[in-house]
Design a protein around this ligand. Structure first.
Ligand SMILES: [Zn+2]
Ligand SMILES: [Zn+2]
Length: 161
């Protein structure tokens, strides 16, 4: 396990310019410790991968990003589901059949669900944590749905405009 941890450290050190706020191995380990989960190399890598993304990722996308570190698809899938059950990740269902996960730690703003935006040109999905939408009915209109679990907006992203 030790050697895998070192590999991740090196990986992070290689690309410091990508994201200055990149979650460190120590910070990821601390998040796991608070959830009473052992800080295995795979869990730490999965936490870092999702924490560094402002978009929900599917199992295939996480596997693609972490495959080079030597983790196999089933280990990554197990980590994703464990951490979703532990309340560190949220499952995002955008209705296209792909099960996606995003970093949403409980008690640190992660408990508030946010809308997502799908660009119809490039297909990119973006989290919109700074936005809320309210369903406001008109008098005499149809009754409100029992529960809204996901708000998905579609259109064109800034790059495709
Ligand atoms: Zn786009
Ligand atoms: Zn999101």
């Amino acid at each position: 396990m030790r050697d895998k941890d070192t590999a991740i450290d090196k990986q992070a050190a290689k690309t410091p310019e990508s994201r200055p706020e990149k979650l460190t191995v120590a910070a990821a380990r601390e998040l796991l410790r608070r959830l009473k989960l052992r800080g295995t190399a795979a869990r730490i890598a999965v936490v870092q991968c999702l924490a560094d993304n402002l978009s929900p990722l599917s199992h295939a996308e996480v596997t693609e990003r972490l495959g080079q570190l030597g983790f196999d698809a089933s280990t990554i899938f197990r980590s994703l589901t464990e951490l979703a059950e532990a309340g560190l990740f949220r499952r995002v269902d955008l209705g296209d059949g792909a099960r996606r996960f995003e970093f949403a730690p409980r008690g640190e703003g992660g408990d508030v669900a946010h809308p997502h935006f799908l660009c119809l040109d490039c297909g990119k999905i973006t989290c919109l944590p700074g936005f809320t939408f309210e369903l406001r009915g008109v008098r005499g209109g149809t009754p409100a749905p029992e529960e809204v679990t996901e708000v998905l907006l579609k259109g064109r992203c800034a790059e495709c405009r």
